[in-house]
Design a protein around this ligand. Structure first.
Ligand code: ATP
Ligand code: MG
Length: 206
């Protein structure tokens, strides 16, 4: 009998806070690519956000946990937040690959905005050796506008690079943080429990 590979999605992010855009994207990736599980990976100290203020890792972890609790296919990993120093995605993928072993295929899920950055990532060429890449559509970022070098890179790796259309969700964590600070509602932009968590811990007020 042919051995079956287990397919696991990895949804990396700062998740400050996690919102419905993340959840819809992860669920759509799960069903389109027949993933057994999607592992949410809240970042430790992100190389892209070292100068920005980011909420404590424990808060971001807890919110991600609350948001994913009801989906039996969703899990949250602490590997990045428990690691000291800057967490590079490539290192996280290597750790996960090692952890799951040879019978697992990894699918790294990102929004279209991340694809614009991919050429600048550490060891970007090695990504596709470790994992498939799923680039999800995101309002405001058209993959048709990719710079030509990135476009060529994507074309060269077609077999491991996949596009995913998700229902358009013009939601970002930045917008949510601003709304909270201004006293606006974020109801239905984040799961209810995440909204409660933000209020209870006075997040994003200053
Ligand atoms: P911030 O505004 O703080 O950057 P964000 O909303 O972009 O927050 P991140 O934690 O940076 O959220 O994103 C994690 C991953 O989810 C990234 O790959 C990002 O492209 C993707 N993503 C975020 N929001 C959406 C969305 N609305 N639709 C599709 N993908 C999204
Ligand atoms: Mg972002």
């Amino acid at each position: 009998m042919r051995e079956r590979f287990l397919r696991i999605g990895i949804m990396g992010g700062t998740f400050d806070p996690v919102h419905l855009g993340h959840l819809v994207t992860a669920e759509r990736a799960r069903s389109e690519f027949s993933l057994e599980q999607v592992l949410f990976l809240p970042s430790g100290i992100s190389p892209h956000k070292t100068t920005k203020r980011v909420s404590e890792a424990e808060h971001r972890y807890m919110m991600t946990l609350l948001a994913t609790l009801s989906n039996p296919h969703f899990e949250v990993s602490r590997i990045d937040i428990d690691r000291t120093g800057i967490s590079y995605t490539i290192d996280s993928l290597r750790i996960l690959k090692e952890h799951y072993g040879p019978n697992v295929e990894l699918f790294f899920i990102t929004g279209a905005d991340a694809i614009f950055e991919i050429m600048n990532w550490k060891d970007s060429n090695q990504y596709l050796e470790i994992a498939h890449f799923i680039a999800a559509s995101r309002p405001g970022f058209s993959l048709e506008e990719l710079p030509s070098d990135t476009r060529e890179w994507v074309a060269r790796h077609q077999e491991r690079f996949h596009l995913l259309r998700v229902p358009a969700m013009a939601i970002s964590s930045t917008d949510i943080r601003e709304r909270v600070q201004q006293g606006d509602s974020i109801r239905y932009m984040v799961p209810e429990l995440v909204d409660h968590y933000i209020r209870r811990h006075d997040l994003y007020l200053k």
